[in-house]
Design a protein around this ligand. Structure first.
Ligand code: SF4
Ligand code: SF4
Length: 189
């Protein structure tokens, strides 16, 4: 039947990938009994295509490509509410993070704006040891081709001392740089 839903698509590739994601997240999807407490507490679930309980269910059923293509992993704020509420000890936040990294590695970025924001934020931390709002805005707006986005807020924020023109640099920048280097050695951005 042409429109039949394939319920068990798990081949060797999917199984290997799911095992790797579990290993990277340090958790097991099979512990989940689908109670939904994670979704009930998730502050971002209202905006997700698959709330956290359903992301776990996709993986349990072997729908790893669907999980990798979910917008949810880009909307997740890594607040860890889900992990702290889970009665089965599933670290869903870590799993969302592992799925997000894999989606990035496979260039399956369903929300390019969130990915651009992440990159601009991390660049600021890497270069200056802390976020640099003006630089972040410039990088983000350029990457997303929204060149004048929020420009009307710049001057009022500057006049109120909420926005610096030049970046502040912290003392331990070498230590921060080393963290990024170690992350890159492990395959991070
Ligand atoms: S709270 Fe834990 S057991 Fe319940 S649905 Fe979420 S991951 Fe599964
Ligand atoms: S870590 Fe992500 S999925 Fe979990 S509660 Fe927070 S926003 Fe939701």
């Amino acid at each position: 039947m042409a429109n039949a839903v394939k319920l068990s698509p798990t081949g060797d590739r999917q199984k290997a990938l799911i095992s790797r994601l579990e290993k990277e997240a340090g958790t097991s999807i099979n512990l989940c009994y689908q109670c939904g407490k994670c979704t009930a507490g998730c502050p971002a679930a209202f905006a997700m295509d698959y709330p956290p309980r359903q992301v776990i269910r996709l993986l349990q059923l072997g729908f790893v490509d669907e999980a990798l293509n979910a917008e949810s992993v880009w909307i997740c704020a890594s607040c860890e509410t889900c992990s702290s509420r889970c009665p089965r000890g599933v670290d869903i936040a870590a799993l969302m993070d592992a799925v997000r990294r894999e989606a990035l590695a496979q260039n399956r970025i369903t929300d390019k704006k969130v990915a651009a924001f992440n990159k601009a934020f991390l660049n600021g931390v890497k270069w200056f040891g802390r976020t640099y709002e003006a630089g972040l805005t410039l990088q983000y707006n350029t990457a997303t081709k929204q060149f004048t986005k929020d420009s009307e807020l710049g001057l009022p924020m500057y006049l109120k001392g909420k926005l610096g023109i030049l970046p502040e640099r912290i003392k331990g920048r070498d230590a921060v740089r080393k963290i990024f280097e170690r992350s890159q050695e492990k395959g991070g951005e």
